[in-house]
Design a protein around this ligand. Structure first.
Ligand SMILES: C[S@@+](CC[C@H](N)C(=O)[O-])C[C@H]1O[C@@H](n2cnc3c(N)ncnc32)[C@H](O)[C@@H]1O
Length: 220
């Protein structure tokens, strides 16, 4: 586990950036799979707490897992909501989460998979699936594009997730490939004349959103 790039001033700057994103737009592929509130939701690598706050405000109970002390502090400061509990933990083990003996209706892993070294991914995936309630949904967004040199990142692709889901008997329900919020922001910025990319602050990258329902027959 590495939180390089997520601590101190760098982490606070990233949190500021993440908070500019509308989670309802970013996670629009998840919305049809959200159960009625209150559901038990696990947000792994919760960062600034943006998504946890979105889900808590929808009436869900969110356990926000975050290994970086700076990001946890940012999340708690920005979103002091009774529907969010924070825990210090990380993939692949999620030992603290497992100690709670809780299963979840929804697990969200948004832009975190690239931080998991490939050798740890089968274990990480198994842990995530084990924490799902029967019929629960696991949503993973994959960050594609150039790695950020100030953070530890490894290559990701959809085929790897599909193979892991087949191996664990869970079904890929939906692969939603689209330009990510950075791309959207780029165009929003262009329209408003801010020109984010011309200031060199953002990579263009896109996200793939995959939903799993345990118990369905795997596809592909
Ligand atoms: C790119 S940020 C994404 C934050 C948030 N999920 C979002 O979509 O805005 C990645 C987050 O994953 C956390 N992280 C890094 N390695 C992790 C690991 N092994 N397990 C869980 N979280 C991790 C980082 O500290 C960081 O907060």
């Amino acid at each position: 586990m590495s939180t390089r790039g997520y601590e101190g001033e760098a982490g606070r700057a990233l949190a500021e950036r993440y908070e500019t994103v509308d989670p309802a737009v970013l996670h629009q592929a998840l919305v049809p799979h959200l159960p009625p509130a209150p559901a038990a939701i696990l947000d792994v690598g919760a960062g600034s707490g943006r998504d946890a706050a979105w889900l808590a405000n929808l009436g869900h109970s969110v356990l926000a897992v975050e290994p970086s002390a700076t990001m946890r502090a940012e999340g708690q400061r920005r979103h002091p909501l009774p529907g969010i509990a924070w825990v210090t933990d990380s993939l692949p083990g999620l030992e603290s989460v497992f100690r709670l003996s809780t299963a979840f209706d929804v697990i969200l892993l948004s832009a975190v998979w690239m931080h998991i070294p490939p050798c740890d991914r089968p274990r990480a995936f198994r842990k995530l699936v084990t924490l799902l309630k029967p019929g629960g949904t696991l949503t993973i967004t994959l960050r594609l594009g150039p790695p950020a040199p100030d953070r530890d990142m490894h290559p990701v692709d959809v085929a790897e997730i599909e193979a892991l889901s087949r191996a664990h008997g869970v079904a890929v329900l939906n692969v939603d490939q689209r330009w990510s919020w950075f791309f959207d922001q780029f165009y929003a910025a262009q329209r408003s004349g801010m020109g984010f990319l011309s200031r060199g602050k953002f990579h263009v990258w896109f996200a793939i959103i995959i939903n799993f329902v345990r118990g369905h027959q795997a596809v592909g």
